[in-house]
Design a binder for this molecule. Structure first.
Ligand code: RP5
Length: 189
């Protein structure tokens, strides 16, 4: 689990027994990614769900290397109780769009930064869906993974009072942090 949740310590319980209990609860969010190499990015989504108390599952599901697994995962997701799917992929990033084609659940796509094209390929692959198969698309890399998790929490918060409380607490803590920020002295030479 990623340890660098920057707003940890602002009152949202990110660890300890609470986190263990949440991990044992029925997952509401599915985090899938095209490769184990995507975990470095996608762990930021997991860490933020942990901190907000949202139970999730995580799994490598590749649109290209395990297409049949993608079909069974996406088709069973709603029945298994998932409410939102976060899908991260890089390069020819078909995973989020294909997942959205196979389930009615909201799919939040995270473009993973690729080596060759710095994630522009991932971004354009995910964002340019044909009308009728909506796939939300977030920023390339870590910021996208974090925001996908926060967006998932915002969706769940519409129906889940505990998530709503944690989500509002996070927003308030973030605002307080910015308002209290102090800039260092200038070091002009
Ligand atoms: C995509 O290809 C994955 O999502 C990953 O971002 C990229 C490279 O995968 P690896 O070659 O590192 O497994 O399917």
């Amino acid at each position: 689990m990623a340890e660098d949740v920057s707003w940890r310590g602002f009152g949202v319980d990110a660890g300890g027994a609470g986190a263990l209990l949440r991990r044992m609860a029925k997952p509401l969010v599915g985090i899938i990614m095209g490769s184990t190499s995507d975990w470095e990015t996608m762990q930021h989504a997991a860490a933020h769900l942990d901190a907000l108390g949202v139970p999730y599952e995580k799994r490598v599901v590749s649109a290209h290397r395990t297409p049949m697994l993608l079909v069974s995962y996406a088709e069973s997701a709603e029945k298994r109780g998932l409410k939102v799917i976060i899908a991260g992929a890089g390069g020819a990033a078909h995973l989020p769009g294909m997942t959205a084609a196979l389930t009615a659940l909201p799919v939040l796509g995270v473009p993973v930064e690729s080596h060759a094209l710095k994630g522009m390929d991932s971004l354009l692959s995910i964002v340019q869906m044909p009308g009728g198969v909506p796939t939300a698309t977030f920023a390339i890399g870590k910021a996208g993974a974090i925001n996908a998790a926060l967006f998932a929490a915002a969706i769940l918060a519409l129906e889940d009072a505990a998530v709503a409380k944690a989500w509002k607490k996070f927003r308030a803590a973030q605002t307080t942090k910015v308002l209290q920020a102090k800039l260092p002295e200038a070091k002009a030479s």
